[in-house]
Design a binder for this molecule. Structure first.
Ligand SMILES: Cc1ncc(C[n+]2csc(CCOP(=O)(O)OP(=O)(O)O)c2C)c(N)n1
Length: 368
């Protein structure tokens, strides 16, 4: 069983090519860069919204844009994604809109989850992303189970489970890894090693030589990739996804990156991290690195970045304006969204709730 602890790279920290890049169309290369910029700008605007008290909570992926976007790129539309706090950008890449994300953060009538989840606990049925719980690591058994189902049903589907470095200390990680390998399911376990689990550094989580090496014990391939190098991430994820789809079983990927901001909008990382460490990682910025390479290939110019920035900022502004004008979810959604057809006892309860004036917007099939 192959476990490769070498840090795989296509670009060095200055954005120079050090290995052959994966095959990606030019138009897609530009779209990937635009998407990373979108994630970065969305983070800035949403954090600012949280600081103004207009949303309650936000989790940034700043510094992890290449890891997130590169891991989404090789997936097909029909594949399933079991993500967590840092991977809303995967949904964004797969077709979730900025508007839907802002609505989820507010929990209003435009929220595809109808205000039923914590802010930032995003999922979107139309892009095959499954609801995640705050309980760290649960995405992996879910991904493993869905992949097992896909195998039994002979579906041509890959399931990707995301986890953080801290999550590898949780029992669910080990259970999922073991079952996935034993049943040889079409899963990829993508670990964003951003070095910190809130204030706990990786060195306090494990004394293994890497996270990738943990795959040895389960008998599945494991590899390490520079998570700030989008081309290397695409190549690694493509290899794992292709293996899963062709019946070769699961792969564990350790994507080595760094969380540039706090754990969430509730966290102050200056309390537990040295500014020199953060400054070191600032120089490894994934958006700048890929941008340098694209410019050298003649695929990116200042004018593109200016235009994209304006377009994205306008899109976010419009999404905020529209989302803030939307009402809260109607009280009737508590009842109408439980079963495909509202059963009589819930219909009665809904009539009572509406009669008490708990909500007045319902204009459906149950008039009072
Ligand atoms: C089972 C469990 N234990 C503890 C927590 C509290 N908690 C929330 S986030 C977090 C750190 C997660 O770190 P990591 O897995 O590295 O992912 P990251 O947030 O860095 O992406 C912890 C310990 C939790 N939510 N669930």
């Amino acid at each position: 069983m192959i476990v490769d602890e070498t840090l795989r790279r296509v670009l060095d920290e200055e954005g120079r090519e050090v290995a052959a890049p994966p095959a990606v169309r030019d138009a897609d290369l530009r779209a990937l860069q635009r998407h990373m910029l979108k994630m970065r700008l969305l983070d800035q605007r949403m954090l600012s919204l949280q600081r103004q008290g207009r949303i309650g909570f936000y989790g940034m992926a700043t510094g992890q844009e290449a890891s997130v976007t590169g891991s989404a790129y090789p997936l097909r539309k029909g594949d399933w994604v079991f993500h967590a706090l840092r991977e809303t950008g995967v949904c964004l890449w797969r077709g979730t809109t900025v508007q839907e994300i802002v609505c989820q953060l507010i929990g209003n009538a435009g929220d595809v989850l109808i205000g039923r989840q914590m802010p930032m606990h995003f999922s979107d049925r139309k892009v095959n992303s499954v609801a995640w719980s705050s309980v760290i690591g649960t995405q992996l058994p879910h991904a493993m189970g869905a992949a097992y189902a896909a195998k039994l049903l002979k579906h041509d589907t890959v399931c990707v489970g995301y986890i953080g470095d801290g999550g590898t200390s949780i029992g669910d990680f080990h259970a999922a890894m073991n079952f996935a390998a034993v049943w040889k399911v079409p899963a990829v376990f993508f670990c964003q090693n951003n070095q910190w689990a809130i204030s706990v550094p990786l060195a306090s989580q494990t004394v293994s030589s890497s996270l990738a090496v943990k795959a040895v014990a389960y008998g599945m391939p494991g590899l390490r990739v520079d998570g700030n190098d989008i081309l290397a991430v695409i190549a690694a994820q493509r290899e794992a996804v292709d293996r899963a789809r062709s019946g070769g079983g699961p792969t564990f990927i350790e994507s080595v990156t760094f969380r540039m901001g706090g754990h969430s909008s509730s966290d102050d990382p200056t309390r537990y991290r040295d500014s020199e460490l953060v400054a070191t990682w600032e120089k490894r910025d994934p958006v700048l690195r890929f941008g340098t390479w694209l410019r050298a290939k003649g695929l990116l110019a200042d004018a593109d970045v200016e235009q994209w920035t304006t377009e994205i900022q306008d899109e976010i502004s419009a999404a905020i304006t529209a989302a803030e004008a939307m009402p809260a979810p109607g009280i009737e959604t508590l009842f109408t969204d439980v079963y495909a057809k509202v059963p009589p006892h819930l219909e009665t309860q809904m009539r009572h709730a509406l009669a008490f004036g708990l909500g007045t917007r319902f204009e459906g099939a149950f008039p009072l």
